[in-house]
Design a protein around this ligand. Structure first.
Ligand SMILES: NC(=O)c1ccc[n+]([C@@H]2O[C@H](COP(=O)([O-])OP(=O)(O)OC[C@H]3O[C@@H](n4cnc5c(N)ncnc54)[C@H](OP(=O)(O)O)[C@@H]3O)[C@@H](O)[C@H]2O)c1
Length: 394
């Protein structure tokens, strides 16, 4: 039996964007008659105020997660079973307010503003997450007015200096992945870390997290974004264009010292060059070269000689999401004001098609996150971050 707040009654139906199958944006259908979920035992019902977009929304929609045959149209199923079924409400990085609680949850939580740890954890382990899945994929997410979530994963973040859209922009899909890339590679204070895809959600998180742990981030991006990345904490920004001179330019930026660890979100033909930034002078190193891989924005296939990997003892870490304890550490840093939102713009939920188009054609000046705000919440939570021309170039 759910307990809800008397002054803000929860309706029976809501607006939501339903993903109806694999394909183009036309598979996203906006409806206003979707039943509002009931919070089950241990859950809270959240009125969504902002949900950040991630690449995974598009990849899951298009079925771009093959692990065996590269031509497969499929989403991930690390637990053995496919969990993406249709219709599905996508949207992983949810900020909002608790409006009702399920059995076993303190009714005092009603009214709390919070941020979701987006994982569908398979068990209660705090230090391990072997079968990554998430709200917005294996269960309904935040592209809706309401969502039911586990109470222990909806973290209270009262900070009045953070607007809800900004809080969503610090969602765990980017930040927890970034942090787990670093913890997997045991990034330590004083180490030089190459951050690819640096202007994206994960990249901007990596730059900030490197600074928090005392590491030195070198951002790989485009020249137009350099000022913003330097302001965020990058030690230097290396243009990702002109691949043949890439390694030379990285070493110029580090004063000739090899990169200690690479955070690879790009893949494709860049990964081999990333390895080169670490292994050119093994005598100059004090630790093994480390490569953390969590994305493939530049291509899903890379050709790398095994001899280069094992003779140079390159340690490679595949990373998806992260653990409960990492999410809790990140929320603590958000509460302490040590992480900053990098929010580019907000779109109305009913305009999600336009937001998807804008997200994939980000152009040269688009840094950080896009958030989606339910139309009913737009004036308070979306309008302050609206673009002058949402259909225009990024
Ligand atoms: N494993 C996980 O758990 C996990 C979680 C989140 C994201 N991801 C993946 O990680 C990647 C980054 O995610 P995100 O949310 O940060 O994405 P994003 O916000 O879209 O940023 C991606 C960035 O990659 C760079 N980029 C795009 N195309 C490129 C290309 N062809 N070559 C080189 N760089 C390119 C761009 O940065 P510049 O213009 O600055 O170069 C872009 O801003 C995606 O592949 C995503 O699917 C994985």
């Amino acid at each position: 039996m759910a307990v809800s707040t008397p002054d803000a009654p929860v309706p029976a139906t809501m607006s939501a964007m339903l993903l109806t199958g694999h394909g183009d944006v036309d598979k996203l259908v906006y409806r206003d008659d979707v039943p509002v979920p009931q919070p089950g035992p241990g859950e809270v019902l959240v009125r969504v105020t902002a949900t950040a977009k991630n690449n995974t929304d598009r990849k899951a929609r298009e079925g771009l997660y093959p692990t065996k045959d590269k031509g497969d149209v499929t989403s991930f199923a690390m637990g053995g079973e496919a969990t993406l079924t249709f219709p599905r409400i996508q949207g992983a990085d949810i900020a909002g307010r608790v409006v009702a609680v399920g059995e076993g949850v303190d009714a005092g939580r009603i009214g709390e503003r919070g941020l979701l740890d987006f994982n569908l954890y398979a068990d209660a382990r705090r230090d391990l997450n072997l079968t990554p899945d998430y709200y917005g994929h294996g269960a309904d997410g935040g592209f809706a007015e309401y969502v039911a979530l586990p109470s222990d994963q909806f973290h209270h973040v009262p900070n009045p200096e953070l607007r809800d859209a900004e809080l969503a922009a610090m969602g765990m899909c980017s930040y927890q992945t970034a942090y787990h890339m670093m913890t997997s590679a045991r990034v330590a204070a004083g180490e030089r870390v190459l951050v690819s895809g640096a202007s994206g959600g994960v990249g901007t998180a990596l730059i900030q997290l490197c600074r928090i742990v005392g590491a030195i981030p070198y951002a790989v991006s485009q020249p137009e974004k350099a000022d913003a990345l330097l302001a965020l904490g990058a030690e230097a920004v290396i243009d990702r264009g002109d691949l043949p001179s890439f390694v030379e330019r990285v070493l110029e930026a580090t004063g000739g010292t090899p990169i200690d660890a690479v955070m690879d979100l790009v893949g494709g033909e860049m990964t081999d060059r990333f390895i080169d930034t670490m292994i050119g002078d093994m005598q100059a190193r004090t630790s093994y070269p480390r490569l953390s891989i969590a994305g493939a924005s530049g291509g899903n296939l890379s050709e790398i000689m095994w001899t280069r990997i094992y003779l140079y003892q390159v340690q490679i870490f595949g990373v998806s999401h992260g653990t409960r304890e990492e999410a809790e550490q990140l929320v603590a840093w958000i509460r302490e004001g040590r992480l900053k939102p990098v929010l580019h713009a907000a779109f109305r939920l009913s305009d999600l098609h336009a937001a998807e188009r804008y997200f994939v054609s980000r152009g040269s000046n688009f840094l950080g996150k896009i958030v989606i705000v339910p139309d009913a919440q737009w004036e308070e939570h979306g309008a302050p971050f609206a673009l002058a021309d949402p259909e225009g170039p990024a």
